[in-house]
Design a protein around this ligand. Structure first.
Ligand code: DX5
Ligand code: ZN
Length: 227
């Protein structure tokens, strides 16, 4: 089932010294979700932040807090992120042989469960799990860093997953993450994405984060896909 489109600014690119103000600004400007990128320096080369930052984002807003775990064996950490106030947690298919266990643990805590795949991971990893997912994440860059260019063939991958979701009549959200800006956002939305993650295009936007949100929302309002 198609749902209204949500923009999820990634606080990876926020000014962490002014996190609460920046979060408030993007939500006031129309972002419905807040995306928190947790990286462990093992699953991805970069190291970011953990549950205390999720707690700070939770305290700064009542928007949906979307935690993207780029960590090995994420099943060890579900309770910590649930306790910190996440609304949804996404784990990577590549990060554990126990993705099913992790997803079940997320739902057992009453949260929305998401599964992510990297750009060269076969989409069958999502297809097999789709009936038990609240969110499918198609990475449109190699996870680990903000500011990378959108991988063009992600459009086709989004279309494939959107087709499965619609054929089966599922309510699963389809998220795209990486290189989303005012040019790629309408492409990804037309291909079926209904949650757009954007870091650089929001927090490094000329005019500031609120202007970045407005520009992205405007770019998709003209897209061919109903939002
Ligand atoms: C990348 C992260 C993204 C990142 C996106 O590993 O998962 O969420 O913040 O940043 P941009 O929008 O700059 O590509
Ligand atoms: Zn992310």
């Amino acid at each position: 089932m198609r749902q209204s489109l949500a923009l999820a600014p990634s606080v990876l690119s926020a000014d962490l010294g002014h996190l609460a103000e920046q979060v408030a600004a993007v939500v006031d400007a129309g972002a419905a979700w807040l995306h928190v990128d947790v990286m462990d320096g093992h699953f991805v080369p970069n190291l970011t932040f953990g549950a205390p930052v999720v707690r700070a984002v939770r305290a700064a807003s009542s928007a949906y807090v979307d935690v993207h775990l780029m960590i090995e064996a994420p099943e060890r950490w579900i309770d910590a992120y649930a306790d910190a106030g996440a609304d949804g947690i996404t784990v990577h298919a590549e990060a554990t042989p126990h993705a099913h266990r992790a997803l079940r643990a997320i739902r057992e805590r009453g949260l929305k469960a998401g599964l992510a795949v990297n750009p060269f991971t076969p989409l069958s990893a999502l297809e097999v799990a789709l009936d038990e997912l609240d969110l499918a994440l198609v990475m449109s860059v190699d996870p680990g860093f903000g500011g990378q260019p959108y991988i063009a063939r992600s459009d086709e991958r989004l279309r494939t997953v959107r087709g499965w979701i619609d054929e089966r009549g599922l309510e699963c959200r389809l998220q795209v993450d990486g290189g989303i800006d005012a040019l790629t956002a309408p492409r990804a939305a037309s291909a079926g994405a209904d949650v757009l993650v954007a870091g650089t295009a929001v927090f490094a936007a000329p005019g500031g984060p609120a202007a970045g949100v407005a520009r992205l929302l405007q770019s998709v309002s003209a897209s061919t896909r109903p939002i």
